[in-house]
Write a protein that binds this ligand. Structure first.
Ligand SMILES: C[S@@+](CC[C@H](N)C(=O)[O-])C[C@H]1O[C@@H](n2cnc3c(N)ncnc32)[C@H](O)[C@@H]1O
Length: 238
């Protein structure tokens, strides 16, 4: 990687130094979110021994124990700091359980076909990356195309994703959004209404990610002291 490309990748809109600083500063307030995420991940049942982990960053939000049953993890993240920080956070548990790991600093969505071809028996987990696509691409059309085709590219795989669905500024005086489960297709207005919080939400264009019939879990994440996200999580195949 050239020096310029390296420096650019440290300041990605959804990763890099800003994300790590944010995680270190606010993570103590993420306990409820991390617990909801850990419970949902535990409920993802499939028979694969290997996992493609797309956009895991340092795994700040992932429960180290959840990773240990895997034989190999193939992690893909644009952030050049991710492997070192991931090792700091998860290395001990992974070493204890002899989980092998390899990293690729490439675009996981642009290279998805190649990754699936090279790793035909791996389950796939998108780690809070799909809702960031609009931030990177700045094109609604492009984002809808890339996210809308995933379910076809991943046909026949055990795959899952948790991602930003809605977000908006937040004050402590407001009521806390509900966690809930939905089946079938629901637009963002519907989802905001189920969360029980009014106001103008920013959409992350993820409502067409999963095939019809997938059970989707929604839970709140106060990512900073003044910004609330509603996370959508779903799993396909098993
Ligand atoms: C919000 S962070 C994920 C946080 C992660 N779940 C955790 O527990 O720390 C999103 C990550 O996805 C990565 N990312 C975003 N778009 C990507 C893409 N198209 N290909 C590979 N990595 C990507 C970013 O570099 C960043 O590390």
């Amino acid at each position: 990687m050239s020096r310029d490309a390296f420096q650019r990748s440290l300041f990605l809109p959804s990763g890099g130094l800003v994300w790590h600083a944010r995680a270190l500063r606010f993570r103590s307030g993420w306990k409820d979110y991390m617990l909801a995420l850990a419970n949902w991940l535990q409920s993802w049942q499939h028979d694969r021994k290997d996992l493609l982990l797309l956009g895991p960053s340092a795994g700040w939000c992932l429960d180290p124990r959840w990773l240990t049953p895997y034989r190999t993890l193939v992690a893909v993240d644009l952030d050049p700091l991710a492997p070192v920080l991931f090792r700091l956070r998860h290395g001990l548990e992974m070493h204890k359980h002899q989980v092998r790991m390899q990293w690729h600093a490439i675009d996981a969505l642009e290279n998805l076909e190649m990754l699936l071809h090279r790793h035909p028996s791996h389950a796939v987990l998108f780690c809070n990356l799909l809702g960031q696509h609009i931030v990177h691409s700045k094109s609604v059309e492009r984002t809808m195309t890339v996210l809308g085709r995933l379910k076809h590219q991943l046909r026949g795989r055990a795959w899952a994703s948790f991602h930003d669905c809605l977000s908006r500024p937040w004050t402590r005086a407001e009521s806390w959004p509900s966690a809930f489960v939905l089946e079938g297709n629901h637009g963002s207005l519907d989802i905001a209404e189920r969360a029980g919080v009014s106001g103008t939400w920013e959409e992350h264009l993820t409502t067409d990610v999963f095939p019809a019939g997938v059970r989707k879990h929604y839970f709140p994440w106060l990512i900073t002291s003044s910004r609330m996200h509603i996370i959508e999580a779903g799993a396909v195949g098993g």
